[in-house]
Design a protein around this ligand. Structure first.
Ligand code: SF4
Length: 333
């Protein structure tokens, strides 16, 4: 691990000022991913700025939305009564991630910005375009069971590891950001779906964040039919494993059995949380049932591309979508 200085910030402006005065600062939440990356020297900040004491809690607004401070711990968000009752897919997604110990440490802001678990990214002896631009990608011909089937590029086939972000993508959450100087003019709000990038030819650039821009909160808009929602994660072992495929879904069915609306997002399949807009479109107005669910899954996965070790994930993703939608349909019967 390289030498670094450690600072604590009392508020977002102070954190940003500190970051602007350093050559390569990093904001530190729970540290459950960043510290691992520092140990492997993949990340080499010269300053860590502890942002775990920044103000911010879980606030229920009058319109039914939730505003969640970036320093809120994963465990606290999953357990919050309003989340459990109105956004059950979010509670289930968070509880599907990591271990209880890690969820107790990890912050919401850090969860959003955690980096891929591609093994070649963590191995300094491997070729990795994400770690070193132009170095190549050993995963393409290597062990790629956990890699992307949607939105990948010749430069990178990594996946985003967060479960929580898949639920937030389905809920169309917004990310509150504070920028490189003080003042309201430097605050902005970005849809979570627009925060993470697909790899293209620059997999080393993973988000639309500006230098030293800080996530201060997430906002979850109201969505009445999210009371009928869930998250299912398919993985190689029952706990403490990343998703092969995961599905976050909410379903709104009218009195005639027709799909009035649906929200679907996939995890473990792409460089970013993957909102399944084609599947949602295919579902609207259709009779809720295995045929329309399968047709929606086919529509979403039509552009999927599999590699030697991960091509099974295309059919797995389709079946998981159908199973989750069948489960949600059954809840209303
Ligand atoms: Fe690096 Fe991406 Fe290739 Fe993994 S998939 S080795 S992160 S370039």
């Amino acid at each position: 691990m390289n030498p670094f200085t450690f600072e604590q910030a009392a508020d977002a402006s102070a954190a940003i000022r500190l970051a602007n005065g350093a050559a390569a600062a990093k904001y530190l939440g729970g540290g459950t991913n960043l510290v691992d990356l520092m140990r492997e020297t993949v990340e080499q900040p010269d300053m860590l700025i502890d942002v775990t004491h920044l103000p911010g809690d879980i606030e229920r607004r009058d319109d039914g939305s939730l505003l969640v401070g970036a320093a809120v711990k994963n465990t606290a968000l999953a357990a919050h009564p309003d989340v459990r009752s109105t956004f059950p897919l979010l509670t289930r997604a968070i509880l599907a991630g990591a271990s209880a110990q890690i969820r107790n440490m990890a912050t919401i802001g850090g969860n959003i910005l955690q980096r891929t678990r591609c093994r070649y990214f963590y191995d300094n002896a491997a070729h990795c375009n994400k770690r070193q631009q132009g170095a190549g990608c050993d995963a393409k011909e290597g062990f790629n069971r956990y890699h992307a089937i949607l939105g990948a590029s010749p430069a990178c086939i990594a996946t985003h590891p967060s479960d929580m972000c898949v639920a937030l993508a389905a809920l169309d959450a917004k990310v509150h950001l504070e920028g490189a100087a003080d003042g309201p003019a430097n605050q902005r709000i970005l849809r979570l779906l627009d925060l993470h990038r697909l790899p293209g030819d620059r997999p080393d650039i993973e988000t639309e964040l500006q230098p030293n821009e800080l996530i201060t909160a997430i906002e979850i808009p109201p969505l009445a039919f999210a009371r009928r929602s869930t998250y299912r994660k398919v993985r190689d072992r029952a706990s403490y494993a990343f998703a092969l495929v995961s599905v976050a879904a909410a379903l709104d069915i009218d009195e005639n059995g027709l799909v009035r609306d649906a929200r679907l997002a996939l995890g473990g399949v792409a460089h970013k949380p993957w909102r399944a807009l084609k599947a949602e479109e295919a579902l609207r107005g259709q009779l809720a049932g295995p045929e329309s669910f399968r047709a929606a899954a086919e529509a979403e996965l039509a552009s999927a591309v599999g590699l030697r070790d991960n091509k099974f994930k295309i059919e797995l993703a389709k079946r998981t979508i159908v199973a989750v939608l069948n489960e949600l349909k059954g809840e209303g019967e």
